[in-house]
Design a protein around this ligand. Sequence first.
Ligand SMILES: [Zn+2]
Length: 167
Amino acid sequence: MLFSHDTELTLRAAAMLINTDRDDGEQLDDQPALDEYLNYFGWTGRRDHDDSELAAVHALRARLGRIWESADDEERAVGQVNALLADTHASPWLTRHPEMPEWHLHLASQQDPLAQRMGAEFSMALADLIRVGELRRLKICAASVTAVTASMLRHIANGVRGRRSAR
Ligand SMILES: [Zn+2]
């Protein structure tokens, strides 16, 4: 598949975010856990390090989970992705910075709240996936969420977690 590296990485980040609240229970319950997740994906920009920021990330995670669950219903997923694009005011602009010296797109201002920036990135990556007719690559396997693209298969194997059995 001809996704950009950005799209692949972002979809992987989205899948991993959803999987922080599956079989193993809440894995993103404090600031150090959120820092670890964000640092793993080289996420830059504003951090508030407060409870409302973490709560907003949790809300975004739940919203992404619902999009994954809609992957078999293209019209429904498109509506959800469009809503996320609109709510996060996703607007692409080219930038480069020490963490990523190649020109690439950001979808929000570095000063926008974290969950808004994340939502903008995720919604654009999902839009990319839908645009090339590959929505079905979002999967909820028996017990895990994945975003599978050809070159991601080898990366993602260790990243997926089962759905929390209590749900
Ligand atoms: Zn960047």
